[in-house]
Ligand binder design. Structure first.
Ligand code: BES
Ligand code: MN
Ligand code: ZN
Length: 493
């Protein structure tokens, strides 16, 4: 999709679809009123009849207008005038784009960005517009042979602005475009089934990125390489499967080489059966999304490369399947991690931390300024925070705050949860340096505490995205989160 800013007066801007707002009790916004009076006044008549009351999400499309600069007026309910906020703006725009998708229009102009939105500036309104439009045009790469959802025809979205706000709107559109490009890649990868999206498939996706963007380099390590590196913990997870594991390394240099990078580590379990500690059947298909952290790293790389951000970022993605078999790791088995610490695997379903710990240790060779891992790590995090916010854990308050703030700005929030000695207590083992699980309680926290044992001396944060990376139910699909949070964080570095 193409985005542009326009500061022409609405009356002089020709468009296929003018997206305008109507407030509560049928109060037309200034632009709605102006465009309507130039094209025959039908909107005012319909509002008078009570056909559009201005409740959030209400939509009317007027076509076949009597003159004026636009072919269609897409009128959206915005709710109470003084209370119009960012969230409602996002929802209104989404409703408008969904309605437009059902028409034959290929281009539209968003005039809602001219409204007063309590908690957003023109940069943010433009960025949201690009993000919402890009995501509404997104289609799952499904494998249907019939009844495929038609592609969206809309390929061009303009955002109306004033002359003085024009450059911030252009910057917002550009950032939104980058974010949505990253989200789309993440979603494409995570939506694929486990028999398509294997560790080698993820490795190929990384190679494709490196071919597409000169600033991205990639290196793929196989199991023999990982054995040489003594990644006993990572290898213990892949022991049960016939599908070869991969350790994917991505490097993006947008600043001087000497500048210490941000390292992103993404959990890439392309299918999590639980292993010998087998999961129950209901909903197990959703464990194809257990590589969402990995997909998020690839998506974030695409976004930062699209935006040419002047920073250095390294991605480390341990990718494997977690399967039961005669060669699988058994409960009670003891493995030695790359860090030298030994781990008693009491539950083979707590596999994410086992692959992440070796990836974190490997990442040390890049001398990270900051290391952030992203993982669908625990069901307990979903119990604690639901599907709204990601769990945020860190050994550095400044980093934690920066990520929480980025999440707020990006409408992709994360909520801080604690780590600490008192929680790590439960990870004690009689037979090894640690166990891979503690008790049932505080499961998201004890998982983070496990990872913390591998982050000595690193400035580190962990995002548990088990509840936010994908949706279940009728709209089962990857959400593209937390790409917006991470890209915002990286933009603001
Ligand atoms: N991939 C799962 C976590 C998960 C659960 C993600 C639900 C998304 C939705 C992870 O590997 C796992 O199985 N964790 C266990 C840990 C337990 C054995 C300590 C869990 O959460 O039950
Ligand atoms: Mn598991
Ligand atoms: Zn898992």
């Amino acid at each position: 999709m193409e985005f542009f800013a326009t500061s022409s007066a609405p009356a002089r801007q020709r468009t296929e679809c003018a997206i305008v707002g109507v407030y509560d009790k049928g109060v037309l916004s200034e632009t709605a009123s102006e465009l309507d009076s130039r094209s025959g006044g039908r909107l005012a008549k319909l509002v008078k009849k009570g056909d559009l009351r201005g409740k959030p999400g209400d939509v009317i499309i007027l076509a076949d207008l009597d003159g004026g600069p636009c072919e269609r007026i897409v009128a959206i309910g915005l709710g109470v005038k003084g209370a119009f906020n960012r969230k409602q703006y996002r929802r209104a725009l989404n409703a408008a784009l969904t309605a437009i998708a059902k028409t034959n229009a290929r281009e539209a102009i968003n005039y809602l960005a001219l409204e007063v939105v309590k908690d957003a500036d023109s940069y943010t309104l433009a960025r949201i517009a690009a993000e919402v439009a890009g995501n509404s045009a997104y289609r799952i790469p499904d494998h249907k042979t019939a009844n495929k959802r038609p592609k969206s025809r809309l390929t061009k979205l303009g955002v109306s602005t004033t002359r003085s706000d024009r450059s911030s709107v252009e910057r917002g559109l550009e950032h939104g475009r980058g974010i949505v490009a990253g989200m789309s890649l993440m979603r494409d990868l995570a939506n694929q089934p486990g028999n398509v999206c294997t560790p080698s498939y993820l490795a190929n996706a990384a190679k494709t990125l490196a071919r597409e963007y000169r600033a991205i380099k990639t290196r793929i390590l196989n199991e023999a390489d990982c054995r040489k590196l003594k990644m006993g913990s990572f290898l213990s997870v892949t022991a049960g499967t016939d599908e070869p594991a991969r350790l994917i390394v991505l490097e993006y240099y947008g600043a001087e080489r000497s500048k210490a990078p941000v390292v992103l580590v993404g959990k890439g379990v392309t299918f999590d059966t639980g292993g010998i500690s087998l999961k129950p059947p209901p909903g197990m298909d959703e464990m194809k999304f257990d590589m969402s952290g990995a997909a998020c790293v690839l998506g974030t790389f695409r976004a930062i490369a699209e935006l040419n951000l002047p920073i250095n970022v390294v991605g480390v993605v341990p990718a494997c399947e977690n399967m039961p078999s005669g060669r699988a790791t058994k409960p009670g088995d003891i493995v030695k991690s790359m860090s030298g610490q030994t781990i008693e695997v009491l539950n083979t379903d707590a596999e994410g931390r086992l692959i992440l710990c070796d990836a974190i240790t490997y990442a040390r060779r890049f001398k990270p300024d900051t290391l952030i891992d992203i993982a669908t790590l625990t069901g307990a995090c979903v119990m604690a925070l639901g599907n709204q916010m990601s769990g945020l854990f860190s050994n550095d308050d400044e980093l934690s705050n920066a990520l929480a703030e980025a999440g707020k700005r990006a409408d992709d929030r994360a909520w801080p949860l604690p780590i600490g000695e008192e929680y790590a207590e439960g990870l004690k083992s009689n037979f090894a340096d640690m166990a891979n699980i503690a008790g049932r309680e505080g499961g998201a926290i004890t998982a983070a505490c496990f990872l913390a044992k591998f982050t000595d001396g690193l400035k580190w944060a962990h995002l548990d995205v088990a509840g936010t990376a994908y949706q279940s139910g009728a709209n089962k699909s990857s959400t593209g989160r937390p790409v917006p949070l991470l890209v915002d964080y990286l933009i603001n570095r």
